[in-house]
Design a protein around this ligand. Structure first.
Ligand code: CA
Length: 230
């Protein structure tokens, strides 16, 4: 599974060289060149890791980091700080960054940090997909048989509900827009509306939530979409 990296950096030269190098290392890289664009991308799509510059136009890296964590995005973040910005490092780590690197840095050092962070990251999409089952609360989802259980009681999922739940599990912690869910779970050839997503989420909640009126696992993120936190 190719790891996806989001590079939020405004120096065109650095964006170019880093994107190129990371791509050659086998990562799928996307770049955003200001804080607003980076935040929007990071909140909308799942990434395995985010490289986040501190000094950015429109919204600085510290704000982006804090906003992402507040939205429940738990993607590992490596902050890129300028020399001497010691305060930024401390604040960045407090705001939820996982690591930092001071500019100018050797690319090899950055690659090592990225690798270390990806190894340490909790099971992400790739590893979940390889696992046989996933458990949250008293719910267990068996990926081999495509079945779910609440304790010993079997949950009867419709095919689409199961696919949706599995997609949520594989992207847990990420806010997923209705459009993304439609594209990835229903596919382009389908003709459903975003309302279809809401209906299926409601059905899923009936099956997996202890109290479907007050979801604990499958949360509505107003104005953005849904997030699975089981
Ligand atoms: Ca910068």
């Amino acid at each position: 599974m190719i790891k996806r990296i989001l590079l939020i950096e405004d120096e065109p030269g650095l964006v170019l060289t880093l994107s190129d190098r990371l791509a050659r290392e086998g990562y799928a890289v996307q770049a955003a060149q200001d804080g607003e664009a980076g935040l929007a991308k990071a909140a909308a799509e799942p990434f395995d890791l985010i490289l986040l510059d501190v000094m950015l136009p429109r919204r600085n890296g510290l704000d982006v980091c804090r906003d992402l964590r507040q939205r429940g995005v738990e993607t590992p973040i490596i902050m890129l700080t300028a020399r001497g910005q010691v305060v930024d490092k401390v604040v960045g780590l407090k705001l939820g960054a996982d690591d930092y690197l001071t500019k100018p840095f050797e690319t090899i050092e950055l690659l090592a940090r990225i690798e270390a962070r990806l190894r340490r990251a909790p099971a992400q999409a790739a590893t979940t997909a390889e696992a046989d089952a996933y458990q949250f609360g008293d719910i267990r989802v068996d990926f081999r048989s495509a079945e779910g259980y609440r304790g010993k009681e079997r949950l009867d999922f419709f095919a689409r509900e199961y696919q949706l739940l599995r997609y949520f599990i594989e992207h847990r912690g990420a806010t997923l827009s209705r459009d993304q869910l439609l594209n990835d779970v229903w596919g382009y050839d389908a003709t459903p509306s975003t309302r279809t997503v809401d209906v299926h989420v409601a059905w899923l909640r009936q099956k997996i939530e202890p109290n479907p009126r007050h979801p604990r696992y499958l949360l509505t993120i107003h104005g953005l979409g849904y997030k699975f936190v089981g």
